[in-house]
Design a protein around this ligand. Structure first.
Ligand code: F6P
Length: 556
C-alpha cells in the first residue's frame, strides 16, 4: 500500500479544527456543569478496559471534526490494510502483522501467498514446550542441575517488552510445584556494568541464557552474549564447552543462520518473522523469558488480551473505537494545542517499566519527519512519551503538570483490585492509593479558583501561588485487575493509538532508520577510542577532543 498519504492539513476537517483551536477556551468546570451526561458519553469500554475521556480538552464539535479527519485521511482503510497483511511498512517493503501473533489457532491469515497462523502457533508450541521443560525441571544444565535463573540478553524491543511484562506480572510467576519461581534477569546495555551486575551471584550450573535479537546483528546483544558465554564457560570449566553452550544458551531471532554461526544449535532457537517490528514483538518468541516466568497458560491469556483489544480496534465504529479516539485526541493536543509531551502514569508499582516500554513503541514509531512517500511531513509529529508510577510522580514532577505553563496531556491507569491487599490497621491501603488517582485527575481537570483559595483563609499575597487553573487534560484508564489479559489489552491499546497518530501524520510508523547513523558512527569511532591515530584524525574537533579527554583520563 504505497499510495501517497493524504496531507491532513489540506482536509476540510483540519481547517475546521484550526478554527476551533483559534477560539478554544477550555472550561471543564463549565462543560461538566452544562452537560450532566458528559462523563458517561465520553466513557468507553474496550474489552476489559474502562476508559474515561471526559476530562480531556474536547468538545462535541472538536470530537466530530477529529472523527472527520480520521475519515478524510483514511485511518480505517489503512488499519484494514495492516490487519490483512498489505505492505504498509513501505520503506522496508514489509507487512506489519504483530496482530497475527495473537490470532487464535483456528483463524487464518494469508499473507504473500501463505497462511501465517499455523506458523505462529507452531512457534508458540515450541516456546511453550521449552517453557514447560524449564519450569518443570526437565530441562537441566550441563551438570544435570535444574535451571533456576533465566537471563534474557537483548536490547530495545528485545528487552523492554519482556522486562516490562515480567515486572508487571510478578504475582503470576509462582511455579506450580511449590519450587518458588524461575528468576529472570535482563541484560541490555553494552555498558559492561549491566552484565557484571546481572551476572553477580548467579551459579552458571543453574543459569540459562536467551539471546533475543530479531536481526542477530545488534552490537550490544552480541557483545553481551559473548561476555555471558565466556562467563559460563569459565564457571563450568570441567564441562565440554559445546555441550555447555547447548544446554545453557537458546536464541530468539529471525536470522537463524546467524544464530548457528554464534554457536547456538538452531534446534534451540525460536524464530519469528520480518513482519514483526522489534517494538511490537513481546507477544512473539521474544517473550520466551516471560513465558518461562509465568508459564504457557498465562502467556496464552496475555495473547488473548491483545487479541480482544485488536478485535475492538478492528470492529468498533470510529466514534467508540478507544485507540482511534485516543490517537485522535493526541493529534488535537499535539497539532492544535501545542503539546510536546504525553505522560503515562500507572497507579501500579508493578507497571513501573510501562512508560519506558511505551517510549520505544511511540517514539521509535512516530518520531519521523518524512512521510511514507518520502515527502516531508506537513505537521508536528511524535510527542515525547514519559512517566513514572503514581504516587511517586506526585512528589516529584506533578507540580509542573498542575501549575506549569505547558499543556501536558496525561493518561492515568489504575486497577480496581490490588495484587497485594494490605491493610494499615483498618485502612485498605489500595483504597488510599486509588484515592490519589481520583484526586489527581480531578484536581487537574477542575483546579481551584482564587476565591476558593481565599475562602480557606489564605493570605492575599500567596493566593496566586495557590491557584490551580484546572483544564489540564487527562484520560483515565481502569480495569478490574492487572491480569495477563489486561496487560495484553493495554499494550495493544497503545500500539493502536500509535498507529492512528502515524496514519494522520502520513508516516511509516514501522521503520526506524533514525537509529542507524549513530550505530554506523560508533563502529567508525571505536578504533579512535582505542588509540588509532588515523581514525582519530578523521573526527571533528569536538569529538576528537572528547576522545582525547577519555584517553588521558582512562586508568590502565
Ligand atoms: O536500534 C533499534 C532497534 O533496531 C530496535 O528497533 C530493536 O528493537 C532493537 O534495535 C534491537 O534489535 P534486535 O532485536 O535486532 O537486536
Amino acid at each position: 500500500m504505497t499510495d501517497a498519504p493524504v496531507d491532513p492539513t489540506t482536509t476540510p476537517a483540519w481547517t475546521r479544527l484550526t478554527t476551533l483551536a483559534a477560539d478554544f477556551a477550555p472550561d471543564l468546570r463549565g462543560w461538566f456543569d452544562a452537560d450532566p451526561t458528559r462523563a458517561t458519553r465520553l466513557t468507553f469500554d474496550a474489552a476489559d478496559l474502562h476508559v474515561d475521556l471526559s476530562k480531556g480538552l474536547v468538545t462535541d464539535e472538536i470530537l466530530a471534526a477529529l472523527l472527520e479527519l480520521a475519515e478524510e485521511v483514511g485511518v480505517a482503510t489503512r488499519r484494514d490494510a495492516m490487519l490483512c497483511g498489505e505492505h504498509i511498512n513501505v520503506t522496508e517493503d514489509r507487512a506489519v502483522l504483530h496482530t497475527a501473533l495473537r490470532l487464535p489457532a483456528d483463524a487464518s491469515l494469508v499473507v504473500d501467498g501463505q497462511d501465517v497462523v499455523p506458523e505462529v502457533h507452531e512457534t508458540l508450541r515450541k516456546v511453550y514446550d521449552f517453557a514447560d521443560r524449564v519450569r518443570s525441571g526437565a530441562w537441566t544444565g550441563v551438570t544435570g542441575e535444574r535451571i533456576r535463573t533465566v537471563v534474557n540478553i537483548g536490547i530495545g524491543g528485545s528487552d523492554l517488552g519482556p522486562v516490562m511484562a515480567y515486572e508487571a506480572l510478578a504475582p503470576y510467576r509462582a511455579l506450580p510445584d511449590g519450587q518458588g519461581e524461575i528468576e529472570c534477569r535482563f541484560i541490555s546495555n553494552i555498558d559492561p556494568t549491566d552484565a557484571a551486575q546481572k551476572l553477580a551471584g548467579l551459579d552458571p550450573a543453574t543459569t540459562l541464557f536467551i539471546v533475543s535479537s530479531k536481526t542477530f546483528g545488534t552490537l550490544e546483544t552480541l557483545t553481551n552474549a559473548r561476555l555471558c558465554r565466556a562467563w559460563l564457560l569459565s564457571g563450568l570449566a570441567e564441562a565440554d564447552a559445546a555441550e555447555a553452550v547447548a544446554k545453557h544458551f537458546v536464541a530468539v531471532s529471525t536470522a537463524l543462520d546467524k544464530v548457528a554461526a554464534f554457536g547456538i544449535d538452531p534446534a534451540n532457537a525460536f524464530g519469528f518473522w520480518d513482519w514483526v517490528g522489534g517494538r511490537y514483538s513481546v507477544d512473539s518468541a521474544i517473550g520466551t523469558s516471560l513465558a518461562v516466568a509465568i508459564g504457557p497458560e498465562r502467556f496464552a491469556e496475555l495473547l488473548a488480551g491483545f487479541h480482544a483489544l485488536d478485535e475492538h480496534f478492528r470492529t468498533a465504529p470510529l466514534a467508540s473505537n478507544v485507540p482511534i479516539l485516543m490517537g485522535l485526541l493526541n493529534v488535537w493536543y499535539v497539532n492544535f494545542l501545542g503539546a510536546g509531551t504525553h505522560a503515562v502514569l500507572p497507579y501500579s508499582q508493578l507497571m513501573h517499566r510501562f512508560p519506558a516500554y511505551l517510549q520505544q513503541l511511540t517514539m521509535e514509531s512516530n518520531g519521523k519527519g518524512v512521510r511514507w512517500d518520502g515527502t516531508p511531513v506537513t505537521t508536528e509529529t511524535g510527542e515525547v512519551f514519559w512517566g513514572e508510577p503514581g504516587t511517586n510522580g506526585q512528589h516529584a514532577f506533578y507540580q509542573l503538570i498542575h501549575q506549569g505553563t505547558r499543556i501536558l496531556p496525561a493518561d492515568f491507569i489504575a486497577f480496581a483490585n490490588p495484587p497485594y491487599p494490605l491493610k494499615d490497621g483498618d485502612i485498605d491501603v489500595h483504597e488510599l492509593f486509588l484515592a490519589n488517582f481520583f484526586a489527581q485527575t480531578r484536581a487537574l481537570a477542575f483546579g481551584k479558583t482564587a476565591d476558593e483559595v481565599r475562602a480557606e483563609g489564605t493570605a492575599e499575597a500567596i493566593v496566586p501561588a495557590r491557584v490551580f487553573t484546572g483544564n489540564r487534560p487527562t484520560a483515565s484508564i481502569m480495569a478490574p485487575a492487572l491480569t495477563p489479559s489486561v496487560l495484553g489489552q493495554l499494550i495493544a491499546l497503545y500500539e493502536h493509538i500509535t498507529f492512528t497518530q502515524g496514519v494522520v501524520w502520513g508516516i511509516d510508523s514501522f521503520d526506524q532508520w533514525g537509529v542507524e547513523l549513530g550505530k554506523q558512527l560508533a563502529l567508525q569511532i571505536s578504533p579512535a577510542v582505542s588509540g588509532d591515530a588515523e581514525a582519530a584524525a578523521a573526527q571533528d574537533a569536538s569529538t576528537r577532543a572528547l576522545i582525547d579527554y577519555y584517553r588521558s583520563h582512562r586508568e590502565p
